[in-house]
Design a protein around this ligand. Structure first.
Ligand code: ADP
Ligand code: MG
Length: 361
């Protein structure tokens, strides 16, 4: 495709898909002002949004430096996505102190004492390209680095557990049945090669090489290796006390951080992630809640999505992004914001939002 053809194609997408942020913020003059090498790099970053016009973001970074080097295009996309005006400075903010706030859903209603809670953060190390630009060798090499760190976690009585790999021939390799079982249990990630967005971005390349998951003895602390980011670090529990869940993640993240190469960060955005929607805290805190009233037993998410949006929450299906609601209107709700908010603010928004939706239900 010539430059002119590409520019025309993106213009057509912009008209047909106004929600595609890549197309909305693509500027032909900027694109043409870049040298040939930079143009090719930018095309790789935005390829997913070109090949998948229905994308919401439409871009994935290939290297942490992309956020600086292509800031002219990416910064307006990031601000648009996160709702941060151009004249407001973005400064990374962190606050993990659960001391001052009690976020116990069980105190609102007995029936919220035993919901499924999950909170994850996305992290990438600075010693490898981001997943969209990794070679197979790099994916497997990164997995070894991570597996080494997990060996230490496994020896630690606070964690224990095991590492499970999908890499053919790995000493930790699991079979198809075990993999499927872990996906159904909402622990392991889905087959990435079935995801058209990740495919075009190169993030799912070489599947299932260099992919795996650490799971603690109590199955309440888990780490994905080689999904959309190098690492997705999470705490998962049944219960209602979000403070306990957060504390588990905070402690696990701290221990793991000490065992790994430094994470990739940006002075502007904080934690660097493949998808610009995850920049900053990189955190998604979610509850699986049964909301049959607000979803007409799961058949229609329109009303729930509307109400959730007013509360700053996103709604996903029971199987994660791009899935439908489960039995009895089982859905995944989580605060939408990741950037310009602290970890504690995310937890507070989940708690307040869940309480409000529950009252409506
Ligand atoms: P993310 O992109 O935040 O890592 P996904 O939407 O890809 O999450 O979902 C990953 C997996 O986590 C899916 O199996 C999903 O059902 C599961 N999951 C998400 N939130 C919860 C929760 N609160 N309880 C149990 N499983 C959850
Ligand atoms: Mg995901």
């Amino acid at each position: 495709m010539t430059n002119q053809e590409l520019i025309e194609k993106i213009k057509t997408i912009k008209e047909a898909q106004p929600g595609n942020l890549m197309a909305r913020h693509f500027d032909a003059a900027y694109f043409l002002s870049l040298d040939e090498h930079s143009r090719q790099r930018l095309v790789r970053i935005i390829a997913s949004g070109i090949e998948n016009p229905d994308s919401q973001m439409g871009a994935y970074a290939m290297n942490p430096q992309d956020y600086d080097q292509f800031a002219t295009m990416l910064d307006p996309m990031i601000r648009d996505s996160h709702g941060i005006p151009a004249d407001i400075e973005i400064a990374p903010q962190n606050d993990w102190d659960t001391g001052g706030t009690a976020c116990d859903l069980g105190a609102i209603d007995e029936r919220l004492k035993d919901v499924s809670m999950r909170v994850r953060v996305a992290r990438n190390v600075s010693t490898f390209p981001l997943p969209g630009a990794m070679s197979r060798e790099q994916r497997v090499a990164f997995e070894s680095v991570a597996a080494q760190a997990f060996t230490k976690l496994i020896e630690d009585p606070e964690f224990g557990g095991q590492y499970l790999s999908t890499t053919p021939g790995s000493p930790h390799e699991i079979d198809e049945d075990e993999y499927e079982h872990r996906v159904k249990a909402h622990q392991m990630f889905k087959d990435m090669s079935a995801d058209p967005y990740l495919n075009v971005a190169g993030i799912s390349a070489d599947w299932p090489h260099g992919r795996g998951m650490y799971v603690s003895r109590d199955e309440d602390f888990l780490v994905w290796v080689g999904e959309e980011d190098h690492l997705r670090i999470m705490a998962m529990q049944h219960g209602g006390n979000l403070n306990v869940l957060f504390e588990r993640l905070r402690a696990g993240l701290e221990t793991l951080t000490g065992l790994l190469p430094p994470f990739a960060t940006s002075p502007t955005y904080g934690n660097v992630t493949s998808c610009p929607t995850n920049l900053g805290a990189g955190m998604r805190a979610s509850l699986h809640m049964k909301l049959p009233g607000l979803t007409s037993h799961g058949s229609d998410l329109t009303r729930l999505k509307q109400e959730a949006k007013k509360l700053g929450l996103s709604v996903r299906g029971a199987g994660g992004e791009h899935s439908g609601a489960g039995k009895d209107g089982l859905v995944d709700i989580s605060p939408s914001a990741r950037l310009g908010v602290t970890e504690m603010e995310i937890m507070q928004r989940l708690y307040d939002g869940a309480a409000a939706l529950w009252a409506m239900e």
